[in-house]
Ligand binder design. Structure first.
Ligand code: NAD
Length: 467
């Protein structure tokens, strides 16, 4: 048995086999995770379906249990953070914050009201719209924020009266397995199950007959497969997918003020955030000053093993992603771009990459047109603001974006022209449990968080009676 287990029906379960989990700071397998069999997945869905009967019946019990889950997460940082850092790479302090964040999200949903709305109450008819749980949810998460992104699904799904089978990414399974084990200490058996395995296991889940809803966070390409796989039996789907967020700096911005925010919005979590800044549009007159400022901050980053508290940026999480970022940067440089800082992997073991700021690149270069999902940022000069807005919008992505200016009203007017789910002014990455988060176009389908995210785990039922 591996030291972390799947949890099915409230019990720790070993799998017939296991797979190696790599520590991205070394590039070596550091631990094992269970490889769920098809029979065990069936068992997990059966356990969730059985548990849902009692779980949906008692709203007060659900609130209490979710509050207890939040408290578990508030106290779980010390146990979870080293497991998360060892497989994900992020600094230990950020891993601890991620566990806390999951607590914040779970507490928010514990306290949130499931809406009921009386739409008619007169001499003839009483009609009310109520929200019913869907049943069992299949939840699938990526490797960049395994813990907090799982809580975005667990909180609303369970609060609404659903039960869940959760599958983390094969790159970061162990922290999620441990998280669910801890949460099962305060949840009834079968309400929250966790399985681990490869992408194939995700396919089995989305095509499985038991779940009525798939909640997926990951790449656009996989999201399209998930939608197709869920279609034959009309499972409901929420898809949180990739982004290519633009930050547009206006000509009245104070460079000294925007540099910190733009740098943080682009390089947090080693650039591996769906809604990170992935390209910057800056007025020509301000270009050099902004580039130098961001580059100086990037160059000062302490890159290294997240277990060492000195380091503020860990490695890229996995080899394919490291290869992709290396390739996109190399291609930009070969095409005439300049790395003002960085521009290459860090020598030595592990998937470390120098924080990179690129100039001399524009649309038509893959690092501008595609999602790089790593610590490399193109900065692009513009002359005409309308043209910059059009270029920011000229993409199949539509997750989020930001506008930076001394004039908040003016910036808000520009932000409203962005075709994306969240449009920030003078900030980027401000996320909160009460704020819906989702993407336009290929960045997603539906939203998570807030009452809107809760509603996505329910069906509407009209209760209608003549008077
Ligand atoms: P991915 O799509 O490769 O994998 C995500 C999850 O899907 C993993 O658990 C994986 O095992 C599973 N999976 C793979 N193929 C599957 C299939 N055919 N059917 C079902 N499940 C399958 O994504 P990733 O590389 O882990 O994550 C990075 C991507 O996630 C980036 O594009 C990023 O922008 C996006 N992301 C989006 C959000 C958001 O909220 N919008 C948040 C974080 C990450």
């Amino acid at each position: 048995m591996t030291d972390v287990s799947m949890i099915i029906g409230g019990e720790r379960r070993a799998a017939p086999s296991s797979f190696g989990v790599i520590n991205p700071a070394t590039g070596e397998v550091h631990a094992e995770a269970p490889e769920c069999s098809r029979e065990q997945l069936d068992e997990a869905f059966d356990a969730a379906a059985k548990a849902q009967i009692g779980w949906k019946a008692d709203e007060d019990a659900r609130r209490e249990a979710l509050t207890a889950c939040a408290n578990v997460m508030f106290g779980a940082g010390e146990k979870l953070a080293p497991v998360l850092t060892a497989e994900q790479g992020k600094p230990l302090s950020e891993a601890g914050v991620e566990a806390l964040g999951a607590g914040v999200w779970l507490k928010y949903f514990a306290d949130l009201e499931v809406p009921r709305e009386i739409i008619q109450d007169d001499a003839n008819v009483f009609a009310e719209v109520v929200r019913k749980p869907m049943g069992v949810v299949a939840a699938i998460t990526p490797w960049n924020f395994p813990i907090v992104l799982a809580s975005w699904k667990i909180g609303p799904a369970l609060r609404a009266g659903n039960t869940m089978v959760l599958k983390p990414s094969p790159y970061t399974p162990r922290s999620t397995l441990l998280m669910v084990e801890l949460l099962n200490e305060v949840l009834p058996p079968g309400v929250l199950n966790v399985v681990s395995g490869g992408d194939e296991l995700g396919k089995w889940m989305t095509s499985h007959p038991v779940p009525r809803k798939v909640s997926f966070t990951g790449s656009v390409a996989t999201g399209k497969h998930v939608a197709a796989s869920a279609a034959p039996d009309l499972k409901r789907v929420t898809l949180e997918l990739g982004g290519n967020d633009a930050a547009i700096i206006l000509d009245d911005a104070d460079p000294a003020k925007v540099i910190d925010g733009v740098h943080a919005g682009a390089f947090a979590n080693c650039g591996q955030i769906c809604s990170a800044i992935k390209r910057v549009y800056v007025p020509e007159a301000m270009h050099d000053e902004v580039v130098e400022g961001i580059a100086a901050k990037a160059a000062a980053t302490k890159v290294g093993d997240g277990m060492d508290p000195e380091n503020t940026m860990g490695p890229i999480q996995n080899k394919p992603q490291y290869d992709r970022v290396s390739e996109l940067v190399a291609e930009a440089l070969a095409g005439g771009g300049t790395a003002v800082t960085g521009g290459a992997p860090v020598d030595g073991p592990g998937y470390f990459f120098q924080p990179t700021v690129l100039t001399g690149v524009s649309e038509g270069t893959r690092i501008v047109d595609e999602e790089q999902f790593g610590p490399a940022l193109p900065v692009i000069p513009y002359r005409d603001l309308d043209d910059a807005i059009a270029r920011a919008n000229a993409t199949t992505f539509g997750l989020s974006g930001s506008v930076w200016s001394e004039d908040v009203e003016r910036a808000s007017g520009v932000a409203q022209q962005l075709e994306c789910g969240t449009a920030w002014v003078n900030s980027h990455l401000g996320l909160a449990p009460h704020q819906p988060f989702g993407g336009f176009k290929w960045s997603g389908l539906g939203v998570e968080n807030g009452p809107w995210g809760l509603a996505a785990f329910t069906e509407i039922q009209v209760q209608h009676r003549p008077k």
